[in-house]
Design a protein around this ligand. Sequence first.
Ligand code: MN
Length: 289
Amino acid sequence: MTDRILRSVHSGDRFHWVGDGFYVTQLLPGGRELQEAADPFLLMDYHPVKDYPPTDRPRGVGAHPHRGFETVTLAFEGAVQHHDSTGGGGVIYPGDAQWMTAARGILHKEYHEPEWARQGGRFHMMQLWVNLPSADKMGDPGYQALTAESMGKVKLPGGGTVTLYAGELDGETGPARTHTPIELWDLQLAADETAELTVPDGHTLMLFVLDGHLDTVGGRIGREELGLFDRSGDRLRITAPETGARAVLLGGRPIGEPVVFYGPFAMTSEAEIVQAIEDFNAGTFGHLD
Ligand code: MN
């Protein structure tokens, strides 16, 4: 086995609001070098633990389009509701995830679930944009509701657990159907636990630390930092000193195609972006009140 080596550690930008419901720091795309290294992940917004007061008017973001990728929302605390132009919709609660395939185009709204908003409370989320290979960018939109009970679970010998949204570890698999191989795992390590995880050689690998900090080969990743690893190696060795740690692992086979990113569209050429804007303006993304 060959260990993965930590290459660089990144912090998010200044916290900002997406609509009036999502107070986030953006870890990806970051600079050009990180953008290429993060392939197939295009964007990562992190909403830290935050308390919202009760309200009868749920906070969120109104109807907006996406084309060319998938939006993946992980709920750690709180509840998020979604409606889209295909007639799809759903609510995700703690431990659940929403895996939405925008592909050729979707309009959707994202907001705090109204009953949860009436009570108010703690909210903690992450949203990822996962790229699609060019052959799938103009495919059908779709929606997968991934419930907490459906996730793969691996118990680690040191007492920790790995929850699998997507990908395979030790014979367990996550429920997400993906267009290219993706690993999306929630790692929870006990105090002073060391874990050795088998990971696919050649895949992109990043760790975002939610709680505590992690030591690995090549350095340390602190709380709310994103650690980027070299792509070679089939073993990830991590230790959670003192307090234990929780981290999200983002991995996947690089797509290796050009990315032209413009607002809510990610395509492989400028011409495809122009087409996306024209199609959106012509109403081909459907309709959503
Ligand atoms: Mn969206």
